[in-house]
Design a binder for this molecule. Structure first.
Ligand code: ZN
Length: 453
């Protein structure tokens, strides 16, 4: 469908521009922000005073699982959930689709599956697995934004994990085209317990101790230091691991890290018995740990807050009668991320403009898309209308996900996405749902740099 829309202007008393809120009118021409002018009460759209105009969110860590596991999510439902959550650009992970995105042919299959279904813009991560090391440039040339790898078993047999030597080889190879390697950092040497564990969350938590993350993150830091390759740690859950990240960044290691709304807003102490919706790897840890993560958010150690939306079926989340060892790991959080984070941030006295860049510009940079995630002249007109004081109670049944499960189910959150614009198209309106499928693909061409960095 055409991305061209009639020119129009949106005015609001609070527009997030250049890091702060100010009243403004945003003019949109051909899907792009053409001008930002003083507030105009006669604009085509004048937002109510209890709403703010935000850049559309960017989520660099989403598992849509299509093709192959569309019973888990899929492009149609997943991108609808994104639009309803104010997310206008997401980047799909190379697993748990079938095939996994580790070859150009698999990427082509994924792109074919996405065609016509996208409510928001979508880019793709490729996978770095033992079988495709040495040929990553082919997949890069096909359009992935970077590469994902695991240092521990991924849970998917087709997506093997890298050992220490392979990690270093992948970083060195990806550095030749200045790409990024994003790493699931848990060290299998420090993971225990396979099979049934019972319904108590603490027994699952004990199987994936902080040391498993700390050891793996140290390994990534050293490999990045030696190769000069750009590395990104996905979903850090252990706040104790951040000191090593701080030190590495200060040393000039090319490292970024992300955490997720579930680690910043949910705590191990509160996980009910048998509640598989809360299981993910690495795990949600305790409240004292969560405080350390918030320190990392505020001091710049953490670069991005992204959903790691990784749903599966209710049967897989609840198998074994709520046994935490048997439940599939993965949190469904794409639609509720902004509200959950804002509720927690406000409770800590942190203003919206402090955390929002970690959900917009931060993930955009990690995915190699600088300039996305901002309200600025020349930027695509991706916008979210957010009512920061509006309270609502999460009812999983009302979420756009294919599987109506959420660890925030029943929680009252503050802040609601009321409207979402993608390239000037209104793609979501609260009460009316998701409309046009105006999403486009983001293909990224990584090219050889011709020089070792
Ligand atoms: Zn993930």
């Amino acid at each position: 469908m055409s991305r061209t829309t009639p020119a129009f202007t949106i005015a609001a008393r609070r527009v997030l521009v250049a890091g702060g809120f100010d009243e403004a009118s945003v003019s949109i021409v051909d899907g792009v922000i053409a001008a930002i002018r003083p507030f105009d009460p006669d604009a085509d759209v004048v937002l109510p005073d209890d709403t703010v105009l935000l850049p559309g969110l960017v989520d660099s860590h989403v598992h849509l699982d299509e093709p192959g596991r569309t019973e888990w999510e899929g492009f149609a439902t997943g991108t609808a959930a994104a639009a309803a959550g104010g997310v206008t650009t997401l980047f799909d992970m190379p697993l748990n689709s079938v095939p996994v995105t580790t070859t150009p042919e698999a990427l082509a299959a994924k792109r074919a599956a996405a065609a016509g279904k996208l409510a928001v813009d979508v880019g793709y991560w490729g996978g770095a697995v033992p079988e495709n090391l040495g040929s990553l440039a082919d997949l890069a040339a096909a359009g992935v934004v970077g590469f994902k790898c695991f240092l521990s078993p991924s849970g998917i047999d087709q997506f093997g994990h890298l050992d220490a030597d392979q990690l270093e080889a992948a970083l060195a190879e990806i550095a030749t085209f200045d790409g990024v390697l994003i790493v699931h950092a848990e060290d299998p040497a420090h993971l225990h317990g396979d099979g049934a564990l019972g319904v108590h969350y603490a027994d699952f938590l004990a199987t994936r101790p902080p040391m498993s993350e700390q050891a793996a993150i140290e390994q990534v830091i050293e490999a990045s230091r030696r190769t000069g390759g750009r590395a990104h740690i996905v979903h850090v859950s252990d706040g104790g691991a951040l000191d090593a990240v701080r030190a590495a960044k200060a040393d000039g290691v090319r490292l970024t890290v992300e955490t997720c709304p579930h680690y910043l807003t949910l705590a191990a102490e509160d996980v009910p018995d048998g509640a598989g919706a809360f299981k993910c790897c690495p795990p949600i840890r305790d409240r004292a740990n969560q405080d350390l993560l918030w320190v990392g958010v505020l001091d710049g150690t953490i670069d991005a807050i992204v959903s790691d939306h990784s749903p599966s079926t209710r049967e897989l989340k609840e198998q074994g009668g709520g046994d935490f060892g048997l439940a599939w790991g993965g949190i469904a959080g794409l639609q509720t991320g902004l509200a959950a984070i804002w509720t927690a941030a406000a409770g800590r006295g942190i203003p919206l403009e402090r955390v929002l860049p970690l959900m917009t510009e931060g993930p955009a940079r990690i995915a190699g898309q600088p300039g996305l995630g901002e309200i600025a002249v020349g930027a695509p007109a991706h916008l979210a209308v957010f009512a920061p004081d509006r309270a609502w109670t999460v009812d999983a049944a009302e979420l756009e996900y294919r599987n109506k499960l959420s660890p925030w189910h029943g929680q009252t959150l503050t802040g609601r996405v009321e409207r979402t614009y993608l390239a000037g198209h209104e793609v979501f309106r609260l009460g009316e749902g998701v409309g046009v499928r105006a999403g486009a693909e983001i293909l990224h061409t990584l090219r050889p740099t011709g020089a070792e960095r």
